[in-house]
Structures are given as structure tokens and as C-alpha cells.
Design a protein around this ligand. Structure first.
Ligand SMILES: [Zn+2]
Length: 311
């Protein structure tokens, strides 16, 4: 099994931000850049991000600045310093408690965007914008779920420019988390194993298997366990390919190729409604064979395409 390397960066990687972790605790500097009219704000509303041009299929992220900054912070449930972008500070702001953000947006200067589901846009956003939006979305998701301490139940307050939630009762510091999930293309000669789940957005879509890493488990063990649980197929050697931040809502996808040691498929109906071995010829013309591949912005698609190119 020859290793296959990533052909190009995955969507949601390649952030232009300098995360300036050492400066997060410089309160005077944070205060100054919060008020700086050149600072950029990345609004998120109920998991949706602010873009213009979505209807024309040319989405472009909108990052309000100037007088929009104080207006957004005034209604935000939380804000977090993301980092420095071309010498300008960038903050994520969570507007989720607003019932309808449209009137607020209408009052911001030079603002013609709307909140959209990032999954429908990521393939056509610029790589830099997609990465910044993913960062903002993932971090605000974490913030919204750590208002109280998991140790003692006390209220938490933000520290480090919003990048730490500190318990006001017991002092525990809670840090941003991202949940590791393995995603793997099982290969056997000229065929690969793909599954269909009723949870998929399209009835015809077949994709790589995936699952969360459990405590006390290596990534390789998680790959083998998930494949066995979902399809009954045994896997041998496992090779790393690449990873992808996946803010839907809070994962990092760790992509692998896994060598299939057996062929017989026994699906777990709780996870999958079907799984099959597909040939390269089938994968090169999915529509002609009655199925479709995962979305172009996904690491699942990248694993499949890089395997086909290597053949
Ligand atoms: Zn506590």
C-alpha cells in the first residue's frame, strides 16, 4: 500500500490569521484594538456567517469594521479575538440571541450581506475567508456551550480575549475544544468502500466512513473500530493523508487510507443504510452508475479524488 499524499490544502485550512496567543492577555492592547476603527468583526448568527453574493453563486465574506464594531458588540452575547489579519485585529461576535439580525445589518454602513449556511458556500468562498469563518464559527460554538463550569456548575467568565472560560466559583479554566474524528477511505486493490447513511443530504450520496475517536484509543485503532462497527470489514495498515477543521459544529477531521483485509459487508443499520465496494471506473462516472460523491469542500471527497489520481 503506497502512501498517497494530499494533492492540495483542504477547505477551511490556510487561515491568514496570526493567532497572537501571547497577546491575548494584554488587556490594554485588547481594549485598544476593540475600539480601533480598522479592526474587523466576524459576525456569526445561529451558526450562520455573513456573506454577500450568495444568490449569484459568488459568495464573499463580509467583515464589518469602523462604527459597525461597537454596534455589533452592543448586541453580541460574546466576542473573541481571532487574531491579526494584515495588521488589523479580527474578532468573532455572536449575534445568536437576536431574533432577527436583518434590521441591525441594514443600519450598518456599507453592509449588503446576509447570514448564510457556510456548508452551502464553502466550495466557492476564497480559501482565506472560509478558514476565518470556520475559526469564528467553531470558537463561538464552544463559547456558547461553556457559559457554566462542567466541574462545579458555577458561572464562567471570559479571559484571554475570550479564548478561555474561567469558572468564577472554583477557578477551573476551560479551553476551546475540537472533537477529533477519523475519516477513512478503505481500499482493497482497485476498489474502495463507501457507505450511505440516511443522515446524508442526498439519497444517492456515498461517502467514506467516519466516526469520533473515543477515550483511550489511538487514531489507527479508531479507524479499525469504526470500519468494523459500521461495515464488518477488517482493516490492516492505516496511512495518514491530511486533516480538516470541520466546524459543523466542532470537529477536526483526520483523514486516512485503510487497507481492507476482508470484503464481506455487514452494515450496522443504526449507522448506515448501505455500503458497497466501488471501482475506479464507477467513481469516475458516478451519475452513470446511479450514485453521487460527497461535497467538494469535504475531506471525504479529497480522499476519494487523491486515491483515483494515484491509480
Ligand atoms: Zn467551577
Amino acid at each position: 500500500m503506497t502512501p498517497i499524499f494530499a494533492s492540495r490544502p483542504n477547505v477551511y485550512t490556510g487561515s491568514p490569521l496570526d493567532r497572537v496567543a501571547p497577546r491575548r492577555n494584554d488587556a490594554a492592547w485588547i481594549e485598544a484594538v476593540l475600539e480601533d476603527p480598522t479592526s474587523l468583526f466576524v459576525p456569526v448568527w445561529r451558526g450562520r456567517v455573513l456573506v454577500r453574493g450568495a444568490a449569484e453563486a459568488r459568495p464573499e465574506a463580509v467583515f464589518p469594521a469602523g462604527s459597525a464594531g461597537p454596534a455589533l458588540r452592543a448586541v453580541a452575547t460574546s466576542w473573541v479575538l481571532l487574531g491579526i489579519w494584515h495588521e488589523r485585529a479580527a474578532f468573532a461576535v455572536d449575534l445568536s440571541e437576536m431574533e432577527d439580525p436583518a434590521p441591525l445589518l441594514a443600519n450598518l454602513p456599507d453592509q449588503d450581506g446576509a447570514f448564510e449556511d457556510m456548508r452551502s458556500l464553502a466550495g466557492s468562498l476564497s480559501a482565506e475567508e472560509a478558514a476565518v469563518l470556520a475559526h469564528a464559527k467553531g470558537l463561538l460554538h464552544w463559547r456558547a456551550r461553556h457559559r457554566f463550569c462542567g466541574v462545579c456548575g458555577g458561572a464562567c467568565e471570559p479571559q484571554s480575549a475570550g479564548n478561555v472560560m474561567a469558572c468564577t466559583q472554583c477557578g477551573t479554566h476551560h479551553f476551546p475544544r475540537t472533537d477529533p474524528a477519523v475519516i477513512m477511505l478503505v481500499t482493497r486493490g482497485d476498489r474502495v468502500l463507501l457507505g450511505h447513511s440516511q443522515r446524508f443530504p442526498r439519497a444517492t450520496m456515498y461517502s467514506t466512513l467516519a466516526g469520533f475517536v473515543e477515550p483511550g484509543e489511538s487514531l489507527e485503532e479508531a479507524v479499525a473500530r469504526e470500519v468494523a462497527e459500521e461495515t464488518g470489514v477488517r482493516v490492516g495498515r492505516v496511512h495518514y493523508h491530511s486533516s480538516q477543521p470541520w466546524p459543523f459544529p466542532a470537529s477536526v477531521m483526520l483523514g486516512f487510507y485503510a487497507e481492507g483485509l476482508s470484503e464481506e459487508i455487514t452494515i450496522d443499520p443504526a449507522e448506515l443504510s448501505d455500503a458497497r465496494w466501488f471501482t475506479r471506473a464507477q467513481l469516475s462516472q458516478p451519475e452513470a452508475h446511479g450514485f453521487s460523491l460527497p461535497r467538494p469542500d469535504s475531506i471525504a471527497r479529497r480522499l476519494i479524488e487523491d486515491w483515483m489520481a494515484a491509480g
